[in-house]
Design a binder for this molecule. Structure first.
Ligand code: ZN
Length: 249
């Protein structure tokens, strides 16, 4: 059964055309399985309460799925830069501006573009360090949970697109540092952050395996690593699900 921060796979029937489905106010990914059945692939927000959730499906037929509870572990991080824990008023303005840009990128939905495969390649070869969903405390203060998956790899390691896509946003942000967003289609979006270099620009089409940047430690990072987010219907979900590395709770 799906969990907060996970993915629900919801059957939508065998209509000749792909049904349109929304969850909250966001279109969701709809793909077809080998038997011709349409399937919604839905990202479930971390804050979702256990119980029944509904999709709104074009034509009025509702589809539902059940979510069960999941406990995520806590992580304590020491930062020397106090501004990264308690940003000053100027920083807060910058953070808000940058957050708006990034949230808009996550809301990208390219109709009709069906990702060739929802299984993704690893963007780098390396040990998985911090998993998705950790409840994080910076210098003892609770902040947002870990929204992605970290790989322990040296600075300069090339970061490869885990599937084909289009670059929708690049920037150098207060928390995320040098960052690249790649839209894989139908709201399926990868974000890479803390990069030392960015090798693409918005509008670039990238092939699976193309280099989009290099690993670094820019932004709020205690050392070089790759932080990789995956978003579906504008909801951050566990990237481990898509590389076959999800651990059963
Ligand atoms: Zn991270």
């Amino acid at each position: 059964m799906p969990v907060p921060g996970g993915v629900a796979v919801v059957p939508l029937g065998t209509a000749s055309q792909a049904p349109q489905a929304t969850y909250g106010d966001q279109r969701v990914m709809v793909i077809q399985d080998s038997d011709g059945q349409w399937i919604a692939v839905v990202g479930i927000p971390l804050g979702t309460a256990p119980g029944r959730q509904s999709l709104l499906v074009q034509g009025g037929t509702a589809a539902t799925f059940q979510v069960r509870a999941k406990e995520y572990a806590a992580q304590h991080i020491k930062l020397k830069n106090r501004r990264q824990v308690s940003p000053d008023p100027e920083d807060l303005k910058r953070i808000k501006r940058e957050l708006d840009l990034q949230l808009a990128a996550y809301r990208t939905y390219r109709d009709g573009v069906v990702p060739s495969n929802v299984m993704l390649d690893r963007p780098v070869d390396g040990r998985l360090s911090s998993p998705f969903g950790l409840r994080r405390f910076f210098n003892g203060e609770e902040r947002n949970p870990h929204s992605g998956l970290d790989f322990a790899v040296p600075s300069g390691t090339p970061v490869k697109a885990p599937a084909a896509g289009r670059v929708v946003l690049v920037g150098d942000y207060f928390f995320n540092g040098k960052t690249v967003f790649v839209d894989h289609g139908q709201g399926f979006i990868s974000m890479f952050c803390h990069l030392s270099a960015i090798d693409v620009k918005p509008g670039d089409e990238v092939a699976r395996g193309a280099v989009v940047g290099k690993v670094g430690a820019t932004g709020r990072a205690t050392g070089p690593h790759l932080h990789w987010n995956i978003s579906l219907n504008a909801v951050r979900v566990d990237p481990a699900i898509f590389i076959g590395a999800a651990r059963r709770p």
